[in-house]
Each structure stands twice: as C-alpha cells, then as structure tokens.
Design a protein around this ligand. Sequence first.
Ligand code: AKG
Ligand code: FE2
Length: 171
Amino acid sequence: MGSLLRGLGIDVEDSALSLHTEAKVVNMNFYPPCPNPELTVGVGRHYDMAALTILLQDDIEGLYIKVEEKGWIEIPPIEGALVINVGDTLEILSNGRYKSAEHRVIGNSTKARVSVPIFVTPRLQTMIGPLSGLPEKDGKTVYKHALFGDYMANYFAGVHQWKKTLDFARV
Ligand SMILES: O=C(O)CCC(=O)C(=O)O
Ligand SMILES: [Fe+2]
C-alpha cells in the first residue's frame, strides 16, 4: 500500500501505513458446483470495505471485475497468484484517487471453487479520511474523516447499495 500511496506523490510514514493496515480478516469461500450456475448467488456484485484485499484463488474461474466502458472482465485463475483489490478504505484514504473495484463471483457447473481473501483493514477505533499531504482532487476534499468501525457498521447495514455505502464518508 505504501507504493500505491507514494505513487500519488505522498510520503506516508510507516506508522500511518501500519495504522491503516493493522487488522487482517481472513475469509474462506467454497463454491460447490451447480448444473445451473446462473441460478446460484455466488457472490453478488460488491466493493470490499477493506483498504486492500489480498485474494488467493485456485485454478477454477469465477471471479469477474467491472471495468469502465468494458463491462465484466474475468480474472484468469492462476494457481498460486494473488489478486489485489482496492477497497473502499483506500478510496477514502486517497481522497478518491484510487477507486474501489466492483467484483462478483459466478459459480461453476462442474467444478468446485475455493478462494481465500485476506481483508487488510484499520482497526475499528481508527479514524479514516484523506491522508494529509495528498493533493486535492479537482481542488476538492471528497471524503471526510470517520471512525472505521462506524464506516463498517454502515457498510454492513447497506451492503446491497454498492457504491452508495461510500456516501457515508463523503463530504
Ligand atoms: O471468491 C472470490 O474470488 C472473491 C470473493 C469476494 O469477493 C469476497 O469474499 O469479498
Ligand atoms: Fe469481494
């Protein structure tokens, strides 16, 4: 995450970096095969709330990411490779310079799939907001400061509102 932020021209201190990446939540997803995968939920379209998601997939396809003007693009499943997703927290920390990635998972008709995302997040009591030293986007501060725990409570209260959950932190 340090490299991503340095890419924006800010030199974040190690202490600020570790503050925003202190907690790690590991999920283990199992998608059993289904003859009619279009009838299964898989994982509906969403944005992760984390700063970054580090995702280990197996060699079974299923993960799609939404790319502007191109639609849903399949992420090739390369065994052992890690997919790194930008989440809402990094969007807020970067004042909208990095956008959280919309993605979804579709089940498979013949093969079971396993994935292990690690959500890298601040702790609940950590204040998140645009990092200091960040050049303003079009002269505007897009996001305000909020407790990560409050952001999380709001996210899970409205998880199907997609990008609207970010409105909670908008100025
Ligand atoms: O199974 C996957 O590849 C992704 C799962 C996912 O998006 C999530 O758990 O947030
Ligand atoms: Fe996700």
